[in-house]
Design a protein around this ligand. Structure first.
Ligand SMILES: Cc1cc2nc3c(=O)[nH]c(=O)nc-3n(C[C@H](O)[C@H](O)[C@H](O)COP(=O)(O)OP(=O)(O)OC[C@H]3O[C@@H](n4cnc5c(N)ncnc54)[C@H](O)[C@@H]3O)c2cc1C
Length: 409
């Protein structure tokens, strides 16, 4: 398609990746972001082989690999019995297949540096409130003024986007009962595998996790993301009881996390994350494409959100490339992503209560299945594919090459 004027609303992972993919495809892009200085929010996340393939397509995998922590497996044990209740390794997917634990600011920095090097225009301090359409063109409205005209707006504003249709139908946004408090701590090897996401559970009402997330600068110290599952409704009461009381509870479940709690030192070093679940039936409309969390958000139990945002950005660019009109491109984009997004949204919604809920039955079932069926072929490979984001071959649908680690310089 001819080159378009494209506004990208939101400079998170999805928006920055879309700006890079689209500008490299010859489109004129303009990013807008509410923060005065674009900045990442939160602690760590896992980049799966799918998201890493998208970064590799942008030539950014080596920079990300330099900062991130390679993850070979996800393990979880029951705090009381010591039984393994989560065990998924990337090994069955082939030699060298791994995820990467990264600090959010490392992912943000790699994408943002590439956008700055490409001199992509970013208007910061611009809080999008509305989209206006007139004669086939779009304008973004904000209390800070107006941006436009654009041929296409890419909504990468995250789960609370004011532009997505569900903003007019809030019932579609389902807040999840459990969220978590997250903090960043120095990495410690004592009691932890530096190539694993390690979790500890008590039924499914207690979940504690330690994820290696590498560094925020090549010569910086190694870090971990620490999280504790919590109902947002209980957060104020937990804070009121005090850090020492909470710490006592956490350590009773998992004494090895004491160094992480020491390093955190107080609740002011931890961020409450609320999770909500929604999926747009069609991630596109008149002159607008929705990518990332604005199109689909969920609990991070399966660790797919940022990866799906990167895939959406690649898919939208491929769809524009392969079609002659904007309407055709948006339809193609929606089709390319439909099955993968729906499957992973369904899996996240179904699996989350096995790890975060008050149910007594679900964790019992979980423990039974993980200890038996999950170990019998082909289950280990199927589970690895699921966690890697590779079910339904999303890369093939978009035309992205899988990351071949041996070819990476
Ligand atoms: C605690 C936690 C752990 C997670 N762990 C993982 C994981 O392990 N793996 C994984 O893949 N995903 C994980 N996720 C999900 C992942 O963080 C999101 O899916 C991902 O950040 C979505 O990217 P995005 O670019 O679509 O949206 P966002 O990251 O939400 O970015 C949106 C951007 O838009 C800006 N913005 C918002 N509103 C406005 C406005 N009105 N005007 C202007 N700018 C605006 C924001 O400032 C931000 O820069 C996790 C999420 C949480 C909360």
């Amino acid at each position: 398609m001819k080159s378009l004027d494209i506004a990208i609303a939101g400079a998170g992972p999805g928006g920055l990746a879309a700006a890079l993919f689209l500008s490299r495809a010859g489109h004129r892009v303009r990013l807008v972001e509410r923060f005065d200085r674009p900045q990442p929010v939160g602690s760590g996340l896992m980049l799966q082989p799918t998201g890493l393939a998208a970064l590799q397509a942008l030539g950014l995998y080596p920079a990300m690999r330099q900062l991130g922590a390679p993850i070979d497996r996800l393990v979880g044990t029951d705090a009381k019995s010591g039984r393994t209740v989560l065990e998924v390794g990337y090994g069955p997917l082939g030699p060298g297949v791994q995820a990467l634990g990264v600090h959010r600011s490392a992912l943000f920095g790699v994408l943002h540096d590439a956008a700055s090097a490409a001199k992509l225009p970013i208007r910061s301090g611009f809080t999008v409130t509305q989209l206006q359409r007139d004669q086939g063109k779009s304008w973004l409205l904000s209390p800070q003024g107006l941006e436009g005209p654009f041929d296409l707006v890419v909504d990468a504003l995250g789960a609370q986007s004011p532009l997505k249709p569900s903003a007019q139908a809030p019932g579609r946004m389902r807040p999840l009962e459990y969220g978590a408090i997250w903090g960043t701590t120095p990495w410690t090897d004592a009691g932890f595998d530096r190539h694993a996401l390690t979790q500890r559970y008590r039924a499914s009402s207690v979940m504690i996790g330690v994820l290696p997330i590498g560094r925020t600068a090549p010569d910086g110290p190694d870090l971990a993301a620490f999280f504790w599952s919590l109902k947002p409704a209980d957060h104020a009461a937990v804070v009121q009881r005090g850090f020492a009381a909470w710490r006592h509870t956490v350590e009773a479940h998992w004494p090895a996390v004491a160094p992480h709690l020491n390093a955190l030192g107080g609740f002011d070093q931890m961020t409450l994350a609320r999770y909500q679940h929604h999926t747009l039936p069609v991630p596109a409309g008149d002159g607008i494409a929705f990518i990332g969390d604005s199109a689909h958000s969920t609990s991070p139990q399966l660790g797919q959100g940022a990866n799906m945002a990167l895939l959406d950005a690649a898919a939208l660019t491929a769809a524009l490339d392969a079609t002659d009109t904007l309407d055709e491109a948006l339809e193609r984009y929606a089709t390319m992503r439909r099955l993968h997004v729906r499957l992973y949204q369904l899996l996240s919604l179904t699996l989350t209560p096995f790890y975060q809920s008050d149910s007594a039955l679900m964790p019992m079932l979980r423990d039974l299945l993980v200890g038996s069926v999950a170990r019998v072929p082909p289950m280990p490979r199927l589970l690895a594919s699921m966690v890697a984001g590779q079910l339904l071959s999303p890369l093939k649908a978009i035309g992205l090459d899988p990351l071949r680690l041996r070819e990476v310089p």
